[in-house]
Design a protein around this ligand. Structure first.
Ligand code: NAD
Length: 250
């Protein structure tokens, strides 16, 4: 028995890494999946590959930092599949790495624009559709929504902000049957962290931050996101759930 039969799910930033693993996991549980990403991304190619595997999915390009794109994304998802049951706001960038006093204003605006304002803009247009189906939102935050990380002020501030957005929206819509939660991955093996584990010493240092002794895989995040999106998580709302190999347990 597939958990998401008859459901329609939307995933932003789905051309790569964690977003792609989530899209695949949703599809494997029977959902029709709208993958979204930048027009310059691998989105069309990975969606075609999922279709080849027999999954029912479509690609819609959208830059989540652009409000018009977010509106068009939800419109096209609903036009294609007739409803929206699940939205996973995953698109994100790492941004510049520099101490706060040296952090560029443009670099700050870019990270906040994608990682925080992008989630806000997507939620604004997803919520009216999800209220019709009694759906669920899962926002991809980070351990850096809970603790700091030197040289990543914009990313850390944005991810803390995503937790705030998640909690407020959860309070506002819980009584109307909509569940809104956030997950917090620690370091996960995706292109985003390539510059942080480029050599052996850096990789070992990253691994050592995780009591479990390794960084995570995108599929390990997707498993949690699937559960939070599914009827099995019917009493989960406004939560931040870490998936971090014990990173935050220190
Ligand atoms: P990734 O770079 O592999 O994938 C991110 C995707 O987002 C890319 O396909 C990219 O094209 C897309 N994207 C970037 N800007 C966008 C925009 N403006 N509009 C639409 N799409 C855009 O990275 P990932 O590691 O899979 O990251 C996915 C999410 O997980 C991000 O929100 C990231 O902050 C979060 N996260 C990642 C880690 C990690 O260690 N990899 C840890 C915690 C949280």
């Amino acid at each position: 028995m597939q958990q998401l039969n008859g459901k329609v799910a939307l995933v932003t930033g789905a051309a790569s890494g964690i977003g792609l693993a989530i899209a695949r996991r949703y599809a494997a549980e029977g959902a029709k999946v709208v993958l979204s990403d930048l027009p310059t991304s691998e989105g069309e190619r990975v969606t075609a590959a999922l279709r080849q595997e027999g999954f029912d999915c479509a690609f819609v390009n959208a830059d989540v930092s652009q409000p018009g794109d977010c509106e068009r994304l939800v419109e096209q998802a609903v036009a294609r599949y007739g409803r929206l049951d699940i939205a996973c706001n995953n698109a994100g960038i790492g941004g510049e790495l520099a101490p706060l006093a040296d952090y560029g204003l443009d670099a700050w605006a870019q990270v906040i624009g994608v990682n925080l304002t992008g989630v806000f803009q997507c939620m604004k247009v997803e919520i009216p559709e999800l209220l019709k189906t009694g759906g669920a939102i899962v926002n991809i935050a980070s351990i850096l929504g809970q603790v700091g990380f030197a040289n990543a002020c914009a990313y850390t501030a944005a991810k803390h902000g995503v937790l705030g957005l998640t909690k407020v929206a959860a309070l506002e819509y819980a009584s109307q049957g909509l569940r809104i939660n956030a997950v917090g991955p620690a370091f996960i093996h995706t292109p985003m962290i390539a510059r942080l584990d480029a050599d052996d010493a850096s990789r070992k240092a990253l691994e050592a931050l995780h009591p479990i002794g390794r960084i995570g895989q995108p599929e390990e995040v997707a498993e949690l996101v699937l559960w939070l999106s599914s009827p099995g998580a019917s009493f989960m709302n406004g939560a931040y759930v870490p998936v971090d190999g014990g990173y935050l347990a220190r």
